[in-house]
Design a binder for this molecule. Structure first.
Ligand code: HEM
Length: 419
């Protein structure tokens, strides 16, 4: 069955469709065309195990091109993609790095200090700003106050457009000039590009590339000994910023939203944080939050060659959308799948095709280990420093915008300093 624009209609429609059709249904999406939406782990496994010449990842990420550029990581495949991942992964996966953990703990403490006491407020925007600072620092060493101000406004302007519904419409009309004729977006993008290119130029003039991710990329050479071009460098910086800017903050906002409504889990986490020698429960809270409320709503792939899936023959050009929350809530994968129960992860690590908040295959999220460390550290610092309670009785609804799932009230809580 082809269902027009179910994506725009929202989560309840998607749940209804999956409940009627099992783990797969067809739909049509403006600017994308024919698509199938998947939540069946066996079918998801087939998609992620299919050869790259049958199922393509980079084409599905074309929609990100206005921000990450034509050579951003998500838009590449093959040797070029592998080379860039090999450069960037080691420092990002070095989650044991003491320096990174310490910086994250300091950042978390700063956010705690910014929280008003005893009065309801939205926590997500504070987390969001902190995580933007974290990625700017890891990518380009941007950590001085003056510099932060310089970067935040242009990025805010660009992502305001990238997160708007307008970009979906304009992307759909791209062949008719929908994106080309958009002065506000081009002004915002040019301002960000100028900052990145100025930073690259400054480092080249000084002859010092730096120890951050941009520095690593600037020192890298391909198999013929050639440097990465400035455009490739710019596109990786934007890929990292785009990948990190809201995801971890949204994951954390959901963790706090779930915890304040599950006091036993919050008590257990607080006890572990106070005790200070283990992080087993903090990790379990992170895994379970990313399972019940994955911050990224779905992962896309495109069929390149005819592909049999669940008894259907998918034609080249069909988009496959893996709906992550519906996948994580499939009956049979987890007992009582919609319940928030960190305990299910004690003595167990996530894996396989039933837990995919970071996607999978050759394009798996580059920041997976980093963000798990950030989530764990923020949870520990918060619970050691403050008590948290909900600002309202009802669960926050899922606000589905662009590709993200965030708490509908931006995680409204009340915090009080602990003595
Ligand atoms: C809880 C936090 C995060 C979540 C839920 C998340 C989720 C995802 C997902 C679903 C993908 C697509 C994977 C696929 O297509 O199979 C992705 C890709 C990516 N993410 Fe993340 N992400 C998070 C944090 C981060 C952070 C902190 C960074 C950067 C430091 C980052 C950088 C990237 C990049 C560069 C890609 C593209 C990888 C490629 O195409 O090879 N992400 N992420």
């Amino acid at each position: 069955m082809v269902m027009p624009a179910a994506l725009i209609l929202g989560e309840q429609v998607v749940d209804h469709m999956f409940s009627r059709t099992g783990g797969m249904f067809g739909l049509w999406f403006p600017g994308v065309g024919k698509a199938v939406m998947l939540a069946d782990p066996a079918l998801v496994r087939e998609v992620f195990r299919a050869p790259a010449d049958v199922i393509d990842s980079s084409e599905a990420n074309r929609v990100q091109e206005p921000v990450i550029g034509p050579q951003g990581l998500g838009r590449l495949d093959g040797a070029g993609h592998r080379q860039l991942r090999t450069i960037m992964l080691p420092p990002l996966r070095d989650h044991a790095s003491l320096r990174l953990c310490e910086t994250t703990a300091l950042l978390a403490q700063r956010v705690v200090d910014q929280c008003p006491t005893g009065t309801p407020f939205a926590l997500r925007p504070l987390l969001h700003t902190a995580m933007m600072e974290a990625v700017l620092s890891i990518t380009m060493g941007v950590d001085r106050v003056r510099q932060r101000g310089e970067w935040h406004e242009p990025l805010r302007q660009l992502f305001r457009r990238a997160d708007s519904y307008e970009i979906t419409v304009r992307y759909g009309l791209r062949h008719a000039g929908g994106l080309a004729l958009w002065p506000a977006y081009h002004r915002a993008k040019d301002a960000c590009d100028r900052l990145i290119h100025a930073e690259i130029g400054r480092r080249r003039r000084r002859g010092e590339e730096g120890e951050d991710l941009l520095g690593l990329l600037m020192r890298a050479r391909d198999e013929r000994g050639a440097r990465l071009t400035d455009q490739v460098l710019r596109d990786q910086v934007m890929s990292l910023i785009a990948g990190a800017r809201t995801t971890t903050a949204t994951g954390l906002a959901w963790a706090f939203e779930r915890l304040v409504r599950h006091p036993d889990a919050l008590r257990r986490l607080t006890a572990e944080s106070d005790e200070g020698t283990q992080d087993v429960y903090a990790r379990a809270v992170s895994y379970e939050t990313l399972r019940v409320r994955p911050p990224v709503a779905f992962v896309g792939r495109v069929v390149r060659r005819p592909f049999e899936l669940g008894g259907r023959r998918l034609r080249p050009g069909t988009t496959i959308i893996v709906h992550l929350r519906a996948l994580h809530h499939q009956p049979g994968l987890y007992p009582d799948p919609t319940a928030f129960r960190p305990e299910r992860w004690l003595g167990r690590r996530p894996g396989g095709y039933g837990w995919m908040p970071f996607g999978g295959g050759s394009h798996t999220c580059l920041g997976d280990q980093l963000s798990l460390m950030q989530m764990k550290t923020f949870l520990q610092v918060f619970t050691r420093s403050v008590t948290l309670s909900p600002a309202g009785a009802r669960d926050e609804p899922i606000r589905w915008k662009a590709v993200s799932n965030s708490p509908g009230d931006d995680c409204r809580v009340v915090v009080r300093r602990r003595s």
